[in-house]
Design a binder for this molecule. Structure first.
Ligand code: IZC
Ligand code: ZN
Length: 409
């Protein structure tokens, strides 16, 4: 017996380019998928079939957080004093940074990592996230990288949330390989990537192409090796310094290039031509106490597909709240609310190579966010306040907003 249900709203943001920005009607759901979008006149709802009436509420595809470092241990709040004294991310890396989290993560058991990541997922779900990407990269050795990816694999499907995994062993150079980044990359290519592939622990591979981490040449060598093994590619590019990361992403056919605060004009044009998605992470600029946000207006003008994500990680964005990233996109990057919504739905789906989510459209998964707000402008008009009324994942209601009333109109 198939399970049928209808969601009614007069303001459905479908993210479908063939539909009006706000659609007035019903979403017909059968089992885990959207069967049809029907206008009020078209809908002929049989007796006894469940209808959730969200008239007056903005309904959108579930949000997709396309860039997170979900699985890790420890907290780096001891870095705050140095940040306030004006020390940069790269300075702090010398005394704490990624390698601090690596020590904590190597010491953490599978169970500890699982419980912590599960709690993070619960908070993400409360923000309306129904699918996310999770990068490894706090193990930097075979055993711990695999443990972190296994945690992500085993949490895939928790509350029906989908997790897409990325292997990011090339996140930093571990102490055992200090001063020998090429030897470390050889180790990853020969000893680790084949195991990740065989165990199917990740679809994507990512590299931190940045001063003090991996150069353009090293990133290219590593990504090419991963591509030959059949991985899809991502790159942390032009985050702090402009090094040609976006150009490299386009040249290698990366699915996405991420960060891009320091991207060049040529990099933007190359990405547009190659169809590489720009995954921008405004929480990170904010948390690094910088004022250079990724040049999203230029990217949109050149026709680059945009995704906006949290970059949830313990060093440069310890917040799992995608609604905060969305608010920063409006208030700091001055993006219009409709473009922001597209970037956490259709654009973010493209960033993780998913073609069954990110739109409310026939055949797509019934992943749905219901807001307390009435329309996109109102959704962003109370930054810092979580606007989640309901979340449906694969046709199931998996989250109900708090008992604290939100009366917005
Ligand atoms: O732990 O600092 N930028 N990777 C690249 C990070 C930030 C995570 C961290
Ligand atoms: Zn990142």
């Amino acid at each position: 017996m198939s399970n049928e249900l209808y969601i009614r709203s007069d303001r459905i943001f479908t993210a479908d380019p063939e539909k009006p920005v706000l659609f007035d009607g019903y979403i017909k759901i059968v089992d885990d998928k959207i069967d049809a979008l029907l206008t009020v006149n078209e809908a002929d709802i049989p007796d006894g079939v469940k209808v959730h009436d969200y008239t007056g509420h903005l309904v959108t595809p579930g949000f997709i957080d396309a860039h997170t470092h979900l699985v890790h241990a420890g907290s780096r709040h001891h870095e705050l004093g140095a940040k306030l004294r004006g020390e940069s991310y790269l300075d702090i890396h010398e005394m704490s940074g990624i390698l601090y989290t690596v020590r904590k993560t190597r010491d953490a058991s599978y169970e500890a990592l699982y419980e912590r990541s599960k709690a993070t997922l619960q908070r993400m779900l409360a923000c309306g996230v129904t699918t996310l990407e999770a990068k490894s990269g706090y193990g930097l050795d075979k055993e711990t990288e695999i443990r972190c990816l296994e945690v992500a694999r085993d949490l895939n499907g928790y509350q029906w949330i989908d997790i897409e995994s990325t292997f990011m062993g090339a996140h930093a150079i571990p102490p055992e390989f200090e001063g020998r980044p090429d030897d470390y990359l050889d180790y990853l290519i020969k000893d680790v990537l084949p195991v990740i592939k065989r165990k199917r622990l990740a679809r994507f591979v990512d590299v931190f192409c940045e001063d003090k981490f991996f150069t353009i040449e090293q990133s290219e060598r590593f990504l090419k090796a991963a591509k030959e093994m059949g991985f899809l590619l991502k790159i942390h590019a032009d985050e702090i310094t402009s090094s040609g990361g976006a150009e490299l992403a386009a040249k290698l056919g990366c699915v996405s290039a991420e960060h891009l605060m320091a991207v060049s004009d040529k990099g933007i044009k190359d990405m547009a031509k190659a169809g590489t998605v720009a995954c921008v992470l405004p929480n990170t600029t904010y948390f690094l106490m910088e004022d250079t946000y990724a040049p999203v207006k230029k990217m949109l003008k050149e026709g680059v597909t945009l995704a906006i994500s949290t970059d949830y990680n313990p060093g440069s964005s310890p917040t799992e709240n995608i609604q905060f990233a969305m608010a920063l996109a409006v208030f700091m990057m001055k993006m219009n609310p409709v473009d922001v919504l597209l970037a956490v739905t259709r654009g973010a789906a493209a960033a993780i190579d998913r073609h069954d989510i990110g739109q409310l459209k026939e055949g797509y998964l019934a992943d749905i966010f219901v807001s307390y707000a009435r329309d996109p402008d109102q959704l962003f008009y109370r930054p810092g306040s979580i606007q989640t009324k309901r979340v449906f994942k694969k046709g199931k209601m998996v989250y109900r907003g708090t008992a604290v009333p939100h009366i917005l109109h």
